[in-house]
Design a protein around this ligand. Structure first.
Ligand code: ATP
Ligand code: HMH
Length: 284
């Protein structure tokens, strides 16, 4: 019998779209690589990973982390893009300037990011929700000068906006100034997230300097928002992998994260994770 001639041949003929996350591991399973993979799965995308760091983390905080050697990070990117191909990619925790520099160069080599056919989302993770650092201080400049010029979209929260631009967002004018300052660093689109704002609504603002989209949703009254930023960026990346344009992908991502926050669950003694399980619930 020749290969492939079995009467019981099984398997899908069409593979799902692929998406690559370049990020750190969260041992607690709610943020980082783990959040990205469960979001990709829930969104119908095959997730691939380049692990940048291993954190020692639970619902109470980040106790420690060890970064992966930069050449091993880039080898993971080359291995999966060269063989399986990525339809979209994102970064999360990148830990050091050395890793950021190596990742930016490799993404250029393999044709991912601005001005290529493969969209690239930068979630400029600097710290955990508990305030524990996930990025060495000197690495911010590498994000500004090496990563953001490659980004199709950057998704900072209000703390990351301040770290990257020096601008404290307090009102519409400062939010506009911060968006302009971020766009000047080179990304095609900026999404300033409003999760850390106050008020009854959670408003995120998307802009490319010409088109401005306000993404407005209810603020759910829950302390359990661990992994929210990662889950939003991954859902947007999944939509981009499926062929959506940036405003559509961000709208789909916002709808996704809003449900994930609404369904977030307590776990451990601290901050529980947002939940993508609703997407898998056939009763939902
Ligand atoms: N309580 C909430 N209710 C509804 N949506 C929320 C809530 N908190 C955050 N969000 C949404 O979740 C997404 C992530 O926003 P946020 O500003 O919290 O990012 P982040 O700080 O990077 O996340 P994290 O550090 O928790 O992973 C945004 O779309 C935001 O509007
Ligand atoms: C590994 C990792 N990446 C990102 C975050 C931010 O949510 C986290 N807490 N841990």
């Amino acid at each position: 019998m020749t290969a492939g001639s079995s009467a019981n041949a099984v398997g899908a003929t069409h593979a799902p779209p692929t998406a690559l996350t370049i990020a750190g591991s969260d041992s607690g399973g709610g943020a980082g690589i783990q959040a990205d993979l469960r979001t990709f799965f829930a969104c119908g995308v095959h997730g691939m990973t380049a692990v940048t760091a291993v954190t020692v983390q639970n619902s109470l905080g980040v106790e420690d982390f060890a970064e992966i050697p930069a050449n091993v990070v880039t080898a993971q990117i080359r291995a999966v893009t060269g063989d399986m191909g990525a339809r979209a990619a994102k970064t999360g925790m990148l830990a050091t300037a050395e890793i950021i520099t190596a990742v930016a160069k490799t993404l250029g080599d393999v044709g991912i990011g601005r001005d290529t056919a493969v969209p690239f989302v930068v979630d400029p993770v600097a710290a955990s929700m508990h305030g524990d650092p996930l990025l060495r201080e000197e690495a911010l400049e590498a994000i500004r000068t090496e990563l953001l010029p490659r980004a199709t979209l950057v998704t900072p929260n209000l703390d990351e906006v301040r770290l990257l631009t020096g601008i404290e967002v307090t009102d519409a004018a400062s939010r506009g100034a911060a968006t302009d300052a971020l766009l000047a660093l080179g990304p095609q689109w900026v999404l300033v997230k409003g999760g850390h704002d106050t008020g009854p609504r959670c408003v995120d603002l998307l802009s490319d300097g010409t088109t401005h989209v306000e993404l407005d949703g209810p603020r759910h009254d829950t302390p359990h928002t661990h992994g929210g930023g990662d889950t939003l960026a991954s859902a947007v990346t999944a939509s981009l992998a499926k062929g959506a344009d940036v405003p559509t992908a961000v709208r789909e991502g916002k709808r996704f994260i809003e449900r994930c926050v609404a369904d977030a669950y307590p776990m451990g003694g601290g901050i529980g994770p947002v939940s993508p399980f609703w997407r898998l619930d056939t009763e939902a």
